[in-house]
Design a binder for this molecule. Structure first.
Ligand code: FAD
Length: 393
C-alpha cells in the first residue's frame, strides 16, 4: 500500500480525506498551501468578536436534508434565511428581484397588470432566469426584463466577471433569477443553515482523525512530478497510490494550455463605531464604481455578536485572478466561457493519462460548485476511490 495524498483542505479535500481515513482505514496526508484549513470557507473572529468569513459570505442552502445531517455531525447548525437588498437608482430594492422589486422600480399601481401577466405566464414556477423575461414574446414582460437587465445585470456582470453578459455562460446569470412572488428569501432552497460557531469548526472536526495528518503552508506543486513512462504521478519521488487534487488543474500541469481564468476579490474592511451600518446583512451595488457588494457580518446572526458596539462592512472589489498579485492571488470564481471550457477539457485529457490521480472540487474541475453540490460530488468521488482502494488490497 502506497501513500495517499490529498491536496487542499476545502470541502472537497477535507471530506475525501475523512472518508478515506475513516471508511477505508487508510493513512491520509493532507497538504494545504494556505496557513489555515477550510479553503474559501475559512472564517475567524476579529478583535471585536465578529465572526468574519475571510473569503466572502457563505450560506449553506440545499434541498437535500442529508447534507444538513451530515454536517451536523461536525458542528452545530442553526436555520438561517439569507436576506439581501440591492441599491439601484439611489434606493434600496428587494433582492432577489421579485414582485416587490418591480413595485419599487416601476411603482405599485403601474406594476399591477404586469404582475398579473407574470403570474399567468410563469404559473407554477418559483424563480425564472432573467433571459426568459428579456426574450419573452410579451412586449411588457420584455420591457421590464430589459429594464432590470440594464439597471442591474449588465453592470454587475461587467464588474463581477470582467465580461459583458453576452460573453459569459448563461448558467452564470441564471444563478440570480427573478422570484415570481413576494418571497424575500435570497435563496429558495428548502433547508438554509449556518454553523453556530463558524465554518472553520466543521473543517477542524472533519480533519480530526487519527489516520489524518495535515501540513499547512505547503504548495504541493513543489513536490508533485509526472512519470510519463509509467503514467504515474509521484510525490517527493514516491509513486503514490492515490493523489486527490483539489487545486487549480491548469497550475498542476504547468499552465501548458494557458491559464484558466478566475475572478478574485480584493476585500476592503471598514469599521464604524455604530451598532449597525447596512439595512440588511448584504447589499449589492450594481451601479457603483468598482465594487459589487458589501457584507455586514454582525448581521449574519451569529447571536453573540449582537451587543458589540462597533460594526464592520466587507466590500468586494472583483479582479482578475493573478497568483503574483497580492490583492488578487486567490481564485474565487471560475470564468466559464466557450474558450475556458475548451481549455479545461484539454487539461482533463492530460490528467486522464495518469492512473493515480483523482480530481475533485471547484478548482480541479473548473466548475462553480455550491457547497451542497460540492459535498454530494465528493461523496460520489469517494465511492469510486473506495472501490479502487479495495480492489488493490
Ligand atoms: C465568495 C464566495 C461565496 C460563496 N458563497 C457560497 C454560498 O453562499 N453558498 C454555497 O453553497 N457556496 C458558496 N460558495 C462556494 C463554496 O465556496 C465552494 O462550494 C467550496 O468552497 C468549494 O470547496 P473546494 O474544496 O472545492 O475548493 P476550495 O475551497 O477552493 O479549496 C481548495 C483548497 O486547495 C488548496 N490548494 C490549491 N492549490 C494547492 C496546492 N498547489 N497545494 C496545496 N494546497 C492547494 C487551496 O488553498 C484551498 O484551501 C462561494 C464561493 C465563493 C468564492
Amino acid at each position: 500500500m502506497g501513500r495517499i495524498i490529498v491536496v487542499g483542505t476545502g470541502f472537497s479535500g477535507s471530506i475525501l480525506a475523512r472518508k478515506i481515513a475513516e471508511e477505508c482505514d487508510r493513512k491520509v496526508e493532507v497538504i494545504e498551501k494556505r496557513p489555515h484549513i477550510g479553503g474559501n470557507m475559512y472564517d475567524e473572529y476579529d478583535e471585536h468578536g465578529i465572526l468574519v468569513q475571510k473569503y466572502g459570505p457563505h450560506f449553506l442552502n440545499t434541498n437535500k436534508y442529508w447534507i444538513i445531517e451530515y454536517l451536523s455531525q461536525y458542528a452545530e447548525l442553526f436555520p438561517h434565511d439569507t436576506h439581501l437588498l440591492s441599491f439601484i437608482d439611489g434606493e434600496y430594492v428587494q433582492l432577489p428581484f421579485n414582485f416587490r422589486t418591480m413595485q419599487q422600480l416601476v411603482g405599485a399601481k403601474k406594476s399591477e397588470p404586469l404582475l398579473a401577466k407574470l403570474r399567468e405566464k410563469f404559473r407554477g414556477r418559483d424563480r425564472v432566469p432573467i433571459f426568459e423575461l428579456v426574450d419573452s414574446d410579451d412586449e411588457e414582460i420584455r420591457a421590464y426584463g430589459n429594464l432590470l437587465f440594464e439597471k442591474a445585470y449588465r453592470t454587475y456582470t461587467a464588474k463581477q466577471w470582467g465580461l459583458q453578459p453576452e460573453e459569459i455562460d448563461k448558467s452564470v446569470l441564471e444563478r440570480v433569477p427573478m422570484a415570481m412572488s413576494f418571497d424575500a428569501r435570497y435563496l429558495n432552497k428548502d433547508f438554509q443553515y449556518l454553523p453556530k460557531k463558524g465554518y472553520t469548526e466543521i473543517f477542524r472536526n472533519l480533519l480530526d482523525h487519527p489516520n489524518i495528518t495535515v501540513t499547512l503552508n505547503t504548495d504541493a506543486l513543489a513536490h508533485i512530478r509526472f512519470n510519463d513512462e509509467q503514467h504515474l504521478i509521484t510525490y517527493d519521488g514516491d509513486a503514490v497510490e492515490l493523489l486527490v487534487f483539489t487545486g487549480n488543474i491548469d497550475e498542476l500541469f504547468g499552465l501548458k494550455y494557458g491559464r484558466l481564468p478566475y475572478r478574485s476579490l480584493d476585500i476592503h474592511y471598514t469599521y464604524e463605531n455604530k451598532k449597525s451600518i447596512l439595512p440588511e446583512e448584504i447589499v449589492s451595488y450594481p451601479q457603483a464604481d468598482g465594487y459589487t457588494r458589501s457584507t455586514e457580518y454582525k448581521k449574519i446572526t451569529f447571536g453573540l455578536d449582537q451587543d458589540i458596539p462597533v460594526s464592520m462592512i466587507a466590500t468586494e472589489y472583483p479582479l482578475e485572478y493573478d497568483p503574483t498579485d497580492e490583492k488578487a492571488n486567490i481564485p474565487y470564481y471560475p470564468v466559464l466561457t466557450d474558450d475556458s471550457q475548451k481549455r479545461y477539457k484539454m487539461y482533463l485529457e492530460e490528467a486522464d493519462k495518469y492512473g493515480n490521480i483523482v480530481l475533485c472540487g471547484r478548482l480541479a474541475e473548473f466548475k462553480y460548485y455550491n457547497m451542497d453540490v460540492c459535498i454530494e460530488h465528493a461523496f460520489q468521488k469517494f465511492e469510486a476511490i473506495k472501490k479502487r482502494l479495495e480492489n488493490k488490497q
